[in-house]
Ligand binder design. Sequence first.
Ligand SMILES: Cc1cc2nc3c(=O)[nH]c(=O)nc-3n(C[C@H](O)[C@H](O)[C@H](O)COP(=O)(O)OP(=O)(O)OC[C@H]3O[C@@H](n4cnc5c(N)ncnc54)[C@H](O)[C@@H]3O)c2cc1C
Length: 424
Amino acid sequence: MTETHPEVLVAGAGPVGMFAALALAKRGIDVHVVDSALQPGMHSYALALHPRSLELLREVGLHEAVVAESYPVHSIGLFDQTERRAEVRIGDGTANSGIAVLRQDVLEELLEAALEDAGAKVSWSHRLARAVMGESSVNATIETLEKESRGYAVSHTEWVVAGSKDLSPKFVIGADGHSSWVRRMLRIGFPEVAKPQYFAVFEFVSDADLRNEMRIVFSGGTTNVLWPLPDGRVRWSFELPAYTARDPRREKDRFAIQVEAGDYPILTEERLRTFLAERAPWFTASVGEIAWRIVVRFERRRAESFGRGRMWLAGDAAHLTAPAGVQSMNSGLAEASELAEIVGKAIHAKDSGAAFEEYDRRHTRDWREILGLSGGLRATGKTDPWVAANGSALLPCLPGIGPDLAALAGQLGLELAAPASAGG
Ligand SMILES: Cc1cc2nc3c(=O)[nH]c(=O)nc-3n(C[C@H](O)[C@H](O)[C@H](O)COP(=O)(O)OP(=O)(O)OC[C@H]3O[C@@H](n4cnc5c(N)ncnc54)[C@H](O)[C@@H]3O)c2cc1C
């Protein structure tokens, strides 16, 4: 790897940035990945890989390793507070055709190890601080961050800039998450398209046997999600419709510290049991040790474009939505794969202008659909009335994008409305 002048600089070593870098490295492209954080995130966050993402991971040689660490999900059960109302099948029921449930930190660990094997180590504590597009390259400044410790009795640490260097990659991929610097440097707007949603998330040990199924529960106007995890735990996420956070969390924890309920009365075990009793009394499995709990705010936004010239966005840098369908990370992996292909061709002197335009157009269309800006899900003559009544809440819950999303909705007799001509 040429650290001074890599062909591509990837800002952000989340799943999307590392996947983009790996796909580039596999194409023989000289790539450098920087991340401003000290180390990778902990916890499960976006915990499921869509079938299409598994195929992309196969292309970079990670399919087997990922499947070995995952719990397979072959169906989505749709419930209300009293009973099961509908079902969606994922894949054809064979072992590798469904969704792979895998903690995000485990996925990131696998990606980082594969990147290192491909000769492209992540530079942690390195922040992209500036990027100016030139005719044939981008002039990028990378700052090295160091921790400065202050005081003893009340320990207080702060990050300081210990040094900086300039790079001139041909392209920059901004996979730098929801507050993306790359997006801001390109002055691309990131408007909110709907109110944020808050969820209380609990992961706990349980004897629940979910039989390879994730469950979505619409109860009293709230969306709630139950995922089986690979390690004998389950994750419940409960929407908090009236919640406004004192300290809205959106950052990834970098340390595996057990989060106690502390100042968050909404996260006590008693509240967990109340949520279950009120919203899913049919869940009679055990509630064992709570391994992780958090309140997360999920914003719904999309970038006004996916980039231009020599700087392109992928993943949370370009879009955010509600968590149930795990659409943002999975879409990000597809975007990363496409960008690796287009950038690879552009570096080998093929004119890729039209391919970049198509990248922008297709993902803009997909995200207008996911966020309901194209009309959302429409009931047809075949739609069950309960499903029809919950159609708009279902859109962010279905684990698919583009044609895959349309096919999952189709199983419920729902159609994705035709794209509107403008707006959003
Ligand atoms: C607490 C929590 C719970 C979540 N739960 C769910 C869920 O249930 N379902 C779901 O679908 N999604 C969930 N998510 C969201 C999911 O984690 C993201 O969609 C996913 O991480 C996006 O991946 P990414 O690679 O695009 O961005 P990220 O994983 O955010 O990675 C971006 C990286 O860029 C780095 N960075 C930022 N600025 C710079 C810079 N200037 N220079 C260099 N590096 C920079 C950051 O340090 C970060 O590591 C959750 C997120 C959080 C925080």
